[in-house]
Design a protein around this ligand. Structure first.
Ligand code: 1HN
Length: 345
C-alpha cells in the first residue's frame, strides 16, 4: 500500500470512529463553509401572474379560508424546494380570500407583510384596527400582533405574503397562539393609526412598543405619488431608477426589523447599470413591463409577476414602459449585523 493510500485509509477510519460520537473534521468542509463570495442555493425564479391566477382561484374551490386557516400557494424557490421559502431567509406566498370569508385571528413571533395584488375591499385587522386593502398597498403585521383577514367585497382578493419564517426558524424563537374568538373585536377606528403616524407626525406622548412601525398600512396612492414627484425632481439613479424604502416613522429605520421593503419607479426606456447586493430580493411588479438581465439569463416580467434575484448576482434592470416594482429582502438584518454589501458595475 502506498503512503498516500495508507494516509487516506487512516483518515477514513478516523472519521468513522469520531462520527459515532457526533464529531467531524473541519478540514474536509472548510472551503465550502467559508467562501470568497456568497454561495447561495437560492436561484433566480419568476412566477408569472398569468399562470398563478387560475391556480390561486382553483385553490378557492378546493378548500375554504376557514379550513385552511390561511389559503395560500407557497412560492418555493427551485433551489430550496420543500422548505417553504422564496429566498434562503424569506417565505413568500399568494393568499386568496373569497367574498364573505374570514381568515381567523392568530398571532406569532414571525413578522409579515401583505402586498395587495388583485381585488379591492378585503381587510386585515391588526391589534383591533381594520385596514381596507387596495392594489399596491403594503400592510404589515408586526411580530406577536393579533391579525385576521376578511373579505366583505363582492370579488376575490389576492395578495402576496412575505414572512421572516426562515430567520425566526434559524433562531428557534417561534411562538404562535390562537384566540377563542374567530375574529378580533374592533377596538380602534379604521384610519386611526394613519392619522397618528401616517403624515410625519407623532402623538406627544408616543413611546415605541416595538422596533416595528406603529403605522401598519402604507397606501399605494401615497407612495406612488412620491415616486411620480421624484421623477419630476431628480435624475433616475443609474441602477435603481427612483427608489424609496418604507420606514418606521417613529425611528427612521426600516418599517420592520427583519424585512426591508422598497418601491421603485423605472421610467419607460430605462436601461440600468450593473448592480448586486448581498440581500436576495423578492420583487412584485405593480405596473409596467421589463426585464432583469442576469448574465446569460433574463427574467422578463409583466405587471403582477413575482420574481427573485439571489444574493450577489449581478443584474441590470430594463423597463419598456413606466414600471413600478415593490421589493422585500432581509437587508435590515444584514445591516444590523454589519454584513450587507452592495457593488455597482
Ligand atoms: C400567516 O400567519 C399568514 O396571517 C399568511 O395571513 C401566511 C405563512 C406561514 C405562517 C403564517 C397570515 C403564513 C402565515
Amino acid at each position: 500500500m502506498s503512503a498516500v493510500h495508507r494516509a487516506s485509509k487512516d483518515r477514513q477510519d478516523f472519521y468513522r470512529r469520531i462520527d459515532k460520537a457526533h464529531v467531524a473534521p473541519l478540514w474536509e468542509v472548510l472551503h465550502g463553509l467559508v467562501t470568497p463570495e456568497p454561495k447561495t442555493p437560492c436561484l433566480p425564479v419568476l412566477w408569472q401572474w398569468q399562470a398563478m391566477l387560475p391556480w390561486v382561484l382553483e385553490s378557492g374551490k378546493l378548500i375554504s379560508a376557514k379550513e385552511a386557516e390561511r389559503r395560500v400557494l407557497v412560492l418555493e424557490n427551485p433551489g430550496l424546494r420543500g422548505r417553504s421559502r422564496a429566498t434562503h431567509s424569506l417565505y413568500a406566498g399568494l393568499q386568496l380570500i373569497l367574498p364573505g370569508e374570514i381568515a381567523p385571528a392568530h398571532r406569532h413571533s414571525q413578522s409579515a407583510l401583505r402586498f395587495v395584488i388583485f381585488g379591492d375591499g378585503a381587510y386585515t385587522a391588526v391589534d383591533g384596527e381594520r385596514v381596507t386593502m387596495h392594489v399596491g398597498d403594503l400592510i404589515i403585521t408586526p411580530s406577536w400582533t393579533w391579525h385576521d383577514h376578511g373579505n366583505p367585497s363582492e370579488a376575490p382578493v389576492i395578495w402576496m405574503d412575505v414572512l421572516d419564517l426562515p430567520i425566526v426558524e434559524l433562531l428557534d424563537a417561534q411562538f404562535m397562539e390562537r384566540p377563542d374568538a374567530e375574529s378580533q373585536e374592533t377596538v380602534r377606528t379604521e384610519g386611526e393609526s394613519y392619522a397618528r403616524y401616517g403624515r410625519t407626525m407623532l402623538p406627544l406622548d408616543f413611546k415605541p412598543r416595538s422596533k416595528t412601525s406603529p403605522l401598519f398600512c402604507y397606501p399605494y396612492e401615497r407612495s406612488r405619488e412620491s415616486l411620480a414627484e421624484l421623477a419630476r425632481c431628480e435624475d433616475p439613479h443609474p441602477c435603481h431608477g427612483h427608489k424609496l424604502q418604507f420606514i418606521n416613522p417613529a425611528s427612521g429605520g426600516p418599517a420592520m426589523p427583519t424585512i426591508g421593503t422598497f418601491l421603485q419607479l423605472l421610467p419607460a426606456g430605462f436601461r440600468g447599470r450593473t448592480y448586486r447586493a448581498t440581500d436576495s430580493t423578492i420583487y412584485c411588479a405593480v405596473e409596467g413591463k421589463g426585464r432583469f438581465k442576469l448574465g446569460e439569463q433574463t427574467i422578463a416580467f409583466d405587471a403582477k409577476d413575482v420574481f427573485v434575484i439571489p444574493s450577489w448576482m449581478a443584474h441590470q434592470i430594463e423597463a419598456d414602459t413606466d414600471t413600478v416594482l415593490f421589493s422585500a429582502s432581509d437587508r435590515p438584518v444584514q445591516q444590523a449585523l454589519d454584513l450587507w454589501r452592495e457593488a455597482e458595475g
